[in-house]
Design a protein around this ligand. Structure first.
Ligand code: NCD
Length: 263
């Protein structure tokens, strides 16, 4: 059975076919006939974009969604362990999108699951569907996902979106600005900003300033998985280098393509 626990499970050699499918969903507005399939969104951590775009993707494909996003109303609040929850839910759906608090949970779930597990973020581990939508956004702009320069700014240690993208862009030049007082970022094609993951023990804050902007090339893009805190002020939102709104939009089409491929 195919699971998507880590991007290591994905053959990036075939990324062009996958991205072409994403583009079809995005621009040709292809919707599948009702496939009568059910996605379970099992979210042990908060989410806006990932859970709602997964749900929207499944509905748009003609399937249906069970959402367990407030675990207080499930047996998890009675102390049920992850494996028993996964075994149970596997009886009622065809695929599970799992967001959990600990790195390694998605792997653990995949070992007992009777249906595909899609890792929707496991603690400070990985977030492979976010990585795919980040890669798609980069590919859309530059026509490639290699031979680029990327600067990661923010929480390098605990940001799971950084971990996945960093690994996937292995043939790119990478800079890391994890000390938030650096006033100038190196010239790059992509600036990937992230929030400080306070819930995982990270501390501090940073904010993009005018002196940073001056050093961002005209053809570069600024990405952020969102939610943002103070790292990107709203005054930057109209800048032509902003890609974070398109990036979140792409989340829907990437997840449609993914669900289409997986079940
Ligand atoms: C990210 C996450 O949950 O890892 N958000 C997302 O899925 N778009 C980033 C974050 O929470 O900082």
């Amino acid at each position: 059975m195919k699971h998507l626990v880590s991007l290591d499970d994905w053959d990036l050699g075939n990324y062009k076919d996958f991205f072409n499918l994403v583009t079809d969903f995005k621009f040709k507005k292809i919707y599948c006939p009702n496939k009568n399939l059910i996605l379970c969104n099992l979210f042990y951590e908060p989410s806006t974009r990932t859970s709602s775009s997964f749900a929207s993707a499944m509905w748009r494909l003609g399937g249906q969604v069970i959402s367990i996003n407030d675990v207080n109303y499930s047996s998890i609040s009675k102390g049920e362990n992850l494996e028993d929850t996964i075994i149970t839910i596997g009886n009622y759906c065809d695929i599970i999108a799992l967001r959990s608090k600990n790195a390694g949970d998605a792997q653990k779930a995949s070992q007992v699951s009777s249906v595909p597990i899609i890792n929707a973020g496991d603690g400070n581990g990985e977030h492979p569907t976010q990585t795919l939508l980040d890669l798609y956004t980069i590919w859309e702009k530059f026509g490639r996902i290699k031979d680029l320069t990327i600067t990661f700014v923010g929480d390098i240690e605990n940001g799971r979106t950084v971990h996945g993208l960093d690994k996937a862009l292995d043939s790119c030049t990478k800079h890391y600005a994890d000390t938030f007082d650096k006033s100038i970022w190196p010239a790059s094609d992509i600036y990937y900003l992230t929030r400080v993951q306070k819930e995982r023990g990270s501390e501090g804050s940073y904010s993009m300033r005018k002196e940073h902007i001056k050093h961002i090339p005209d053809n570069a893009i600024v990405m952020h998985p969102f939610p943002r805190n103070e790292e990107i002020p709203k005054w930057f939102d109209d800048d032509p280098r902003v890609k974070y709104f398109e990036q979140m939009k792409n989340g829907l089409f990437v997840r449609m393509a993914l669900l289409h491929e997986y079940i």
